[in-house]
Design a protein around this ligand. Sequence first.
Ligand code: AMP
Ligand code: GLY
Length: 417
Amino acid sequence: MNILILGSGGREHSLAWAIQQNPKCDKLIVAPGNAGIAQMCECAKLDILDGDAVCSFASDHAIDFVVVGPEDPLARGIADHLRQAGFLVFGPSQAAAKLEASKSFTKDICDAAGAPTASYAHFIDGEAAMAYIRAQGAPIVVKADGLAAGKGVTVAMTLPEAEAAITDMFEGTTGAEVVIEEFMEGEEASFFVLCDGETILPVGTAQDHKRAFDGDEGPNTGGMGAYSPAPVMTDAVTQKALDQIVAPTMAEMKKRGTPFEGVLFVGLMIKDGQPKLVEYNVRFGDPECQCLMMRLGGQILDLLQACAEHRLDEMTVNWADDHTLTVIMAANGYPGAYTKGSVIEGLGTLPEDSKNMVFHAGTTAVAGQITATGGRVLAVTARADSLTQARDGAYANIKAITWPGGFYRKDIGWRAL
Ligand code: AMP
Ligand code: GLY
């Protein structure tokens, strides 16, 4: 089977690494990929947001199966484009990708499905939003929606913070939309399920560390480290999440004629054993994916293919009783402005096997050297029988990496340990 993976991050490196272990994988191409991926398979320059370009690349290279990594191309309909051209694709349609692309859409689906989530209100008018938060009081959560997306999420612990977030979102912006949510207390976890429109198959749990610095201090990032499984996702919590949140959401999507087919990343807040939905994403998390792929290995190809072929009901996941932990090394300055082009040394001295991997994100090879070109640059990942051993393994490997231009958190896994 000839496989094309779209994306260039640590998530895609780990997907490529796991897929390549499956004997069914003949040729593997990642577009556009990165310097780490280029060490294990072919990388191709390709604009992955351009549906026509991706389709003609796939047909020129006799691709049998396309796996889409990031949300951007999905939200723009790359999966529909490829399916219409006759390709087998792992990834949801544009209509189903709205579960990530639009917060108000997801809230509406949750209402219809009766899925527990924060109560909320949607506003297109700044004055009305301001009046609402003043009536509700703090803590309260302000999220950009629609055209204002990119301005993100403010978890406001005080009313002035919430007011500032509203002002920021509406000032100078026409067509801004916000969702204002009840603040949920509890512990967060990420739950990943494959869905082929009909069958739902859990493929793992993880916990991410969103803040830039130790002790959960500093600005929010895309994720500075993760581990799997998440201890807070007990069997009872997992079952509740499936029965109360995932299954009714999937049924509602099907009922609307837009069944979800792909991986659903279910962001949960858990308090007193009760999960509530924080958000959906329509792709694997990064760096959660690195943890999941190291635990799942080559079987992931069979699972993704069965999902794309609507036969998930035939599949089971083979679990080892193991733990993985990944530590992100990021460029100094990230998530703000960061320098590019600093050289990373020592990578060649590290073991790369089923228990130790350095997955690359923002790297480029220049004259035989690996240089940092992104914000999040490396995901140093280890697998072991216990979470403590996995953590020790990942941090031992980091010691062999010499990169004065980067930093990492020293406390990944603290909550579980
Ligand atoms: P989101 O982009 O919706 O995932 O929000 C980003 C982060 O904000 C989440 O991972 C949570 O840590 C936090 N957050 C979002 N919504 C809420 C909420 N209703 N209550 C508490 N924290 C939230
Ligand atoms: N690590 C969080 C995300 O991928 O959205």
